[in-house]
Design a protein around this ligand. Structure first.
Ligand code: DGY
Length: 324
């Protein structure tokens, strides 16, 4: 029997399945762990299942000599020092595919909520301010015939693109990686990010957070968007310069913003909090019961595979020389 450290209880029954074969140490709910604290919690465990807010720094690999796999309970792995994992002989896995549809649906919830002023309407009714139908009450913008720009045409970007035809939108995208199949989405590849921005009435971000994509949407690039454009981010907060975003809204250049993720999560830029044209969600992209249970199952299957001497199902990092 091996020991598995889990930084939080997880939805569904996946951890029960893991407990049938291995000794589990599950941390009760609490603030995210980072660096030394995470290393101390992991201790002599053979596997670690962690959340996207836990910071898996190099010291976790040096201080935890038995650790063979870090299974991130997320598709994004920007919280993990991947190079340190690789050179230390530790597998890193994530949870792709199972959250794609949930995240794409939430992206559309944000696009529609911003374009049609859904949250403002809800507030008006609850505050008793709805005095009856009026020709000009809370007018939004129509999506039909407009262009949806997608940055990052991975699984989630493609799923968002597939849904666009239902709203009569034309999709353009820019991706650093070679996109071999659009998986049923009709979309035009635009050769540069700047050109994509110039055409996007709605811009949706789906790229991973890396050193290259940090502040990808900065002051200069925000200015390239057409006046009145809507920006939606369900990827990682640091992809957007939030200060520049708040300024672009304050100047009237942007028509609205929908965010599920934040540059200094869970903190939100004060320039965004008070605005009626911004819809803010608490990182709910994958938050359906189905997706979160499937993520737990996949994380557990990855751990079971590695502890059973097999390669994991969804590796992100293959170790240089696996720890035995
Ligand atoms: C992820 O998986 O990376 C999402 O941000 C949370 O599900």
């Amino acid at each position: 029997m091996s020991e598995v450290a889990v930084t939080s209880p997880l939805p569904g029954r996946a951890l029960e399945r893991l407990a049938e074969r291995h000794t589990l140490r599950v941390r009760p709910k609490g603030p995210a762990l980072s660096g030394r604290d995470l290393a101390v919690f992991t201790g002599r465990a053979d596997a670690l299942i962690c959340l996207l807010a836990d910071r898996v720094a190099a010291e976790v690999f040096t201080m935890c000599p038995r650790l063979a796999v870090v299974a991130n309970y997320a598709v994004g792995v920007n919280n993990i020092d991947l190079e340190a994992a690789r050179t230390s002989g530790v597998w890193v896995t994530n949870t792709p595919d199972v959250l794609t549809d949930a995240t794409a649906d939430l992206t559309w919830s944000l696009i529609l909520a911003v374009a049609r002023r859904v949250v403002e309407g809800d507030r008006l009714v609850r505050s008793g301010g709805f005095a009856g139908w009026k020709p000009d009450l809370l007018l939004g913008v129509g999506l039909q015939g407009k262009t949806l720009g997608i940055v990052g045409m991975g699984r989630i970007g493609r799923a968002v693109a597939r849904r666009a035809s239902g709203f009569g939108m034309w999709v353009c995208y820019h991706s650093h990686r070679d996109v071999r199949s659009l998986e049923g989405a009709e979309a035009e590849c635009v050769p540069s990010l700047d050109a994509l921005l110039a055409r996007s009435h709605v811009l949706s971000l789906h790229c991973p957070l890396t050193a290259k994509t940090r502040h990808l949407l900065d002051e200069r690039r925000l200015r390239l968007l057409p006046r009145g454009a809507i920006v939606v981010n369900t990827s990682r907060g640091e992809v957007v310069d939030e200060e520049a975003l708040a300024r672009a809204l304050a100047s009237g250049h942007l028509g609205g913003v929908g965010l599920d993720v934040y540059e200094r999560e869970p903190a939100v830029h004060p320039g965004l909090l008070g605005r009626h044209d911004v819809v803010l969600l608490p990182h709910l992209g994958s938050a359906t019961g189905e997706a979160r249970a499937a993520m737990a199952n996949l994380a557990v299957d990855n751990v079971l595979a590695v502890l059973g001497g097999k390669p994991p199902l969804t590796p992100v990092v293959k170790p240089l020389v696996p720890r035995s």
